[in-house]
Design a binder for this molecule. Structure first.
Ligand SMILES: [Zn+2]
Length: 462
């Protein structure tokens, strides 16, 4: 006797797409059954003519109001957005205040999540020049899914490794000793700060595409402060240090062909994985300029040729996974950027539209549905130690899945967005399918854009 049988659907996994009925017991997949075979179950769901995808795993999410929600996204709003969008497991970056740099804050975040989260969640630990070996070991024991270090980033300088190679090597060695994965946000702080000063003074060269004009598009002026060189320098430096220490590295937010080329070569020396944001796969610099302050993210959205090379690298497996980097900057903060782009906090919401973005890419022919299952479920689970419990549709795995109706179009609108940011750069886009239902460990958590039931998300650890 099964708890649940999903009948008539077509299962989409990284390797195959085939008609299979799915049986669930105790929140896990118990069996994959040939279509139509008789079974007994407490509940049956008819998924005839529908697709069953694994629940997505987003390895890069920010919830800025997780402790003191106020107007910022908290666990409730961010994970409601995740649930209706088909994301069933999130990994939480440690940069939201209070930063998760100690076991005490780690524990607080876990406890809040366990009462408020609609989806399963893992927690990433922040490490920097002030992190001691005992502190890191405590966060490892608490279940940190990764240890995040920042070569360049705004905010509190206490947590930035910057150009300090001694600290970079020391931290990578500690992560290696803890048996963990080092999440590395690359880039060059000196390059960014000097280019930013130049751009703010207006000394910068006008866009190459418009050499006759002295008008510099403010979004592109911002983009010029984070060139591909900055990304490449950070990647090369972090991987060179990791090759010495033997530490597993996960590279955050690749945005260019040059980064992909570097990573391809560095794989020979370092055990590494990498990600790309859905925004960099979907949009070009022209879109970003049109979005104005809403198009400001880091790394910046680059040109069509870079976008296409990222799509290719994802398809071929050179980039492991797609993330949303959900950064739900409030509309009022984005709006300030229309008069002064430098006042715009970088970032875009993206949890609710991660799956939709991928489906848009499938419709364009840039990816297949199997690529979606691989890069948004299987690989993130595998790279962060959640495999095979998460990321798969096979017996023994958690019954986290999406029921997708390929015949019903969805028009994406701001009014549907459950993140407190309340907007999306996919506004006005129609995708040709609809997320009908989302299940977490065998329980429905979303139904056609609405959250179902109480928060039942659990903390997950490697
Ligand atoms: Zn981020």
């Amino acid at each position: 006797m099964f708890d649940l049988v999903v009948r008539g659907g077509t299962l989409v996994t990284a390797n195959a797409q085939r008609r299979t009925d799915l049986a669930v017991v105790g929140g896990r997949i118990e069996a994959l059954i040939p279509p139509g075979e008789a079974t007994t179950s407490v509940q049956e769901v008819d998924a005839t003519n529908k697709l069953i995808l694994p629940g997505l795993i987003d390895a890069h999410v920010h919830i800025p109001g997780y402790l003191l929600s106020g107007s910022f996204d908290d666990f409730g709003s961010a994970t409601a957005a995740a649930a209706v969008g088909g994301v069933t497991t999130i990994m939480l970056m440690p940069t939201d205040e209070p930063r998760v740099a100690t076991a005490e804050y780690f524990e607080r975040k876990r406890q809040i999540g366990e009462t408020q989260s609609f989806v399963d969640f893992a927690i990433q630990a922040l490490i920097g020049p002030k992190t001691g070996s005992a502190q890191l070991a405590e966060m490892a024991a608490a279940g940190a899914i990764s240890f995040e270090l920042f070569l360049a980033y705004g905010g509190n300088p206490d947590f930035i490794v910057g150009h300090d190679d001694f600290e970079l090597a020391r931290l990578l060695r500690l992560v290696k000793d803890a048996g963990g994965v080092a999440g590395v946000t690359p880039h060059s702080p000196s390059l960014i700060s000097k280019l930013t000063a130049l751009q703010k003074r207006g000394d910068a060269t006008p866009r190459e595409s418009d050499p006759a004009s002295h008008h510099v598009d403010p979004v592109q002026a911002f983009a010029a402060t984070r060139p591909t060189l900055s990304e490449g320098l950070g990647i090369a430096r972090a991987c060179t240090a990791a090759a010495e220490t033997g530490t597993r590295v996960h590279l955050r937010a690749l945005s260019s062909q040059k980064s992909v080329d570097l990573v391809r070569r560095l794989r020979d020396c370092v055990p590494l994985s990498s990600e790309v944001m859905s925004h960099h796969l979907l949009f070009t610099d022209e879109d970003a300029s049109r979005f104005g302050p809403y198009g400001i993210i880091v790394p910046p959205i680059r040109n069509k040729s870079e976008r296409d090379s990222l799509r290719t690298a994802l398809r071929t497996g050179e980039i492991d996974m797609v993330v949303s980097d959900h950064s739900p900057v409030l509309r009022e903060d984005k709006e300030q950027g229309w008069s002064d782009i430098w006042r715009t906090p970088p970032g875009m919401p993206g949890l609710q539209t991660l799956c939709a973005s991928m489906l848009a890419l499938v419709e364009e022919g840039a990816l297949s549905l199997r690529d979606l299952a691989r890069t948004c479920a299987e690989r993130p689970a595998a790279c962060f130690g959640l495999y095979p419990r998460k990321g798969l549709l096979q017996p023994g795995s958690d019954a986290d899945f999406i029921i997708l109706d390929p015949t019903q179009p969805t028009l994406i609108e701001d009014s549907q967005q459950l993140s407190k940011a309340g907007y999306t750069t996919l506004k006005g886009r129609t995708i040709s399918s609809r997320i009908d239902a989302v299940y977490l460990r065998g329980n429905p958590i979303a139904d056609c854009g609405r959250v179902v039931g109480a928060p039942r998300g659990r903390f997950v650890r490697p």
